[in-house]
Write a protein of this length. Structure first.
Length: 408
């Protein structure tokens, strides 16, 4: 049997762009390649020219096409999947980017359309069996490739516009998602939670949707202890995410006030940047708990691992989380976790505590239980590895290959 050829469209890819989406795309691509799939992975831009060992990587910004085909678009709303922007007109921004602000920037909608035109052009010279696209930013690119290649298309949903916007979706992004979901031959959702949203909000036939959860490299974390935000007598509660409405940091702050009314020797550490950061800092003062709250801003990967190792508890209080890799990262580092029930990852891990994001009383109670019950804390920490051993990228790649087989 010959190897399956896959034309894969992504918007970011670790280590070039290594947010949650980039990490998931890279790990899945590597795992599929190890199982014999021949993957051509297309990204919109690259900061440098690189050549991965396991698959072919193409920079769509190198593709020449008639710029007159680009429409002039302006969008007066939050258009980016992970950051917010306001009204800007499109100007062609070049072949390379220096930071995430350029890839997820002020002209995102126009970049998405430029990516689609480049995808159409490069598809003319590619042989493939399947087109596999990750999230809405690649929707138009995959559709254009499908038109030219006449090959089946899989749309892989890592997050929906309803998740990102807290049920206040941008109509343009919603349109792109809806079109791709309808034109896809099969859909992969990263959780049952996400599958249900696709059925309820987008009216997609459930038989068309396959659930393949994300996974993690289950080698143990560094165990390195960081310096800086903890004294020897303090407990540390860690939050790590974008400071956005989707991630629920405001609910954790309200729960923190209840926790600190019971115990004073606790520090709540918030790692990350985002549109709500200033509001959250102000909230910590308004709640009277600013002395026990630290906002670090963004950290490097090494610093994040150290933060996990330093923490006594990791909390993910997301309002709507399609999957959520950070609890797995925490568990890998031996840190107990408390997660929102409104998340995909809650479907696949058992050795944790779970809470409805809005129930700050229950959240506070469970934070105190883990911090001051050594038996519970040690059990969650030591048994977390059992969950991780079931969530390998090799196993998830097998499931993706099974989806491929349904349309070949």
């Amino acid at each position: 049997m010959s190897a399956i050829k896959v034309l894969m469209f992504g918007w970011e890819l670790a280590p070039i762009m290594s947010g949650g989406l980039g990490v998931a795309c890279r790990n899945l691509t590597d795992a599929l390649s190890l199982k014999g799939a021949e993957i051509t992975f297309v990204v919109p831009k690259l900061p440098i020219d690189i050549s991965p060992e396991k698959f072919k990587l193409l920079n769509a910004a190198n593709v020449e096409f008639d710029k007159k085909l680009l429409k002039k678009i302006s969008v007066d709303c939050a258009i980016c999947p992970y950051i917010s922007t306001t009204l800007y007109d499109y100007e062609y921004s070049g072949k390379k980017f220096a930071s995430s602000s350029e890839l997820y920037g002020q002209n995102l909608i126009m970049e998405v359309e430029r990516y689609a035109l480049a995808a159409a052009e490069l598809s003319r010279n590619i042989q493939t069996d399947i087109i596999h696209a990750h999230d809405w930013m690649t929707a138009l690119a995959a559709i254009e490739a499908k038109k030219i290649l006449k090959k089946p298309m899989i749309f892989h949903i890592h997050s929906t516009e309803y998740d990102r916007s807290a049920n206040n979706p941008n109509p343009t992004i919603l349109k792109y998602e809806k079109i791709a979901l309808e034109k896809a031959d099969k859909i992969i959702a990263v959780s049952k939670f996400t599958k249900n949203i696709l059925i309820e909000k987008y009216s997609i036939n459930p038989d068309k949707i396959f659930v393949v959860h994300n996974a993690i490299d289950n080698s143990k974390g560094s165990g390195i202890i960081s310096e800086g935000f903890k004294s020897s007598h303090e407990k540390i509660v860690l939050f790590l995410a974008r400071m956005s409405v989707q991630k629920g940091a405001d609910y954790l702050l309200k729960a923190a006030k209840l926790v600190l009314s019971k115990k004073k020797n606790i520090k709540f550490v918030f790692v990350g940047n985002g549109p709500m950061l200033d509001e959250l800092i102000e909230m910590s003062f308004d709640l009277g708990i600013s002395d026990n709250v630290v906002f670090t801003g963004g950290l490097s990967h090494d610093q994040v691992d150290k933060a996990y190792s330093k923490a006594d508890l990791f909390v993910m209080p997301s309002v709507s989380e399609p999957f959520g890799l950070t609890p797995l990262e925490a568990m890998k580092n031996g840190t107990p976790v408390l997660i929102s029930k409104q998340s995909g990852v809650s479907e696949v891990i058992k050795n944790c505590l779970k809470v409805d994001f809005w129930n700050i009383n229950d959240m506070a109670s469970k934070i105190l239980s883990i911090l001051y019950n050594d038996t519970l804390s040690e059990s969650l920490s030591s048994n977390g590895y059992h969950d991780l051993n079931q969530l390998t990228w090799s196993r998830q790649a097998d499931k993706v290959l099974e989806v491929y087989q349904t349309i070949l």
